[in-house]
Ligand binder design. Structure first.
Ligand code: MN
Length: 350
């Protein structure tokens, strides 16, 4: 066992880039939805468990998500995490009505800002926003980046079944591109009508459903030509790119086949031609929840070593042995330093 010290003793700092928090206000809003009529089934499966179960794991996660002070810093110290990039946990504002989403985005950004101010060398924030009000969201992103020092935008994937490639969300993409901050598309549960077969099998959440949902979201953003309209936009996706790097060959082949046949108006020719070119030029991938050397190396190989970043996924998945396993990857120190530290410093402008 190596000792998981912070401070770069192993030749790099460990910057964890998909770390979650929640506010009491968000938990109260989630409780109201659970108690309301006919709650969204994916949300109910996820937050009915995390909010209401008294089992050890959901209790730990609730407490850890709420912690933005000494407890979190101690957990980072214990696991050798130098800096954590924090985002409002899934489903964030996405599940809320417009007024509540607007309020939660603003208030949670203020709370996160305070925590980052209290621990400036340890905590970094991503800005929440309310896509239910796209113009307001653009203004909140601008406030959070320019006044609160946030380094990215968190979108907990679909907003009531709507995705970022839809034209009403253009102000959000425009703001992120203009402010030169990346958008992190973090998983959500699949919408009603899609999630039920996964719930029936017990695979709706992080085990599989999240990847299906968020991989699809990222792919929609690519094939819709959205990144041709916002060519400088950078999108971060976690969980080893929600499996898209592994699909890349087939995505390219079948997308091209569809384009040649004129099969879909919604998925026509792209300026960069291949789906994979967008993954290589507009996406950054984190290994949240996938502390697995072969997958990390494969993604570095097909997407680029400068586009794969470390993430822990605290508190949902945070055993110290995963940090140790990644420290021990058979990889040059330069590449490991890019993975753990310097890619994050570049992407978030730290
Ligand atoms: Mn996560």
């Amino acid at each position: 066992m190596t000792e998981l010290k912070t401070g770069g003793a192993q030749g790099y700092l460990r910057i964890a880039t998909e770390e979650a928090f929640v506010t009491q206000e968000a938990l109260d809003m989630y409780g109201e939805i659970l108690d309301g009529p006919d709650p969204d089934p994916g949300f109910k499966s996820l937050w009915g468990f995390y909010l209401r179960s008294e089992a050890e794991r959901p209790k730990f996660i609730r407490d850890a998500l709420l912690g933005l002070g000494a407890g979190r810093i101690k957990d980072m110290d214990d696991r050798g995490i130098d800096k954590a990039v924090l985002a409002l946990t899934s489903p964030g504002t996405q599940i809320l009505s417009k007024d509540k989403a607007v309020a939660l985005a603003r208030n949670s950004n203020d709370e996160l800002h305070q925590a980052c101010k209290d621990h400036p060398d340890r905590l970094i924030g991503m800005a929440a926003c309310a896509p239910q009000d796209p113009e307001g969201a653009a203004k909140e992103i601008e406030r959070a980046v320019t006044k609160l020092g946030m380094k990215a935008v968190i979108i907990n994937s679909h907003t009531h079944g709507h995705y970022l490639d839809e034209p009403q969300f253009a102000p959000i993409l425009e703001a992120a591109e203009a402010l030169d901050v990346p958008i992190y598309i973090h998983p959500n549960t699949l919408p009603r009508g899609q999630v039920e077969p996964l719930i029936a099998a017990g695979i709706d959440g992080a085990i599989f459903g999240f990847g299906v949902e968020t991989g699809m979201h990222a792919l929609r953003v690519i094939v819709s030509g959205t990144l041709d309209k916002f060519p400088k936009l950078q999108v971060i996706i976690g969980h080893m790119g929600e499996a898209l790097p592994f699909w890349m060959y087939r995505l390219d082949f079948m997308h091209q086949a569809g384009v040649r046949a004129g099969r879909y108006a919604s998925s026509g020719p792209l300026k960069k031609e291949f789906v994979s070119n967008y993954l290589k030029e507009n996406f950054i991938i984190t290994n949240s929840g996938v502390a697995w050397e072969p997958a990390i190396k494969f993604t570095q190989d097909v997407i680029g070593k400068d586009r794969v970043m470390y993430a822990m996924d605290y508190p949902y998945q945070c055993p110290a042995y995963e940090v140790e396993a990644l420290d021990n990857m058979d990889m040059s120190l330069d590449d490991k330093k890019a993975f753990f530290q310097t890619n994050a410093e570049r992407v978030f402008k730290l």
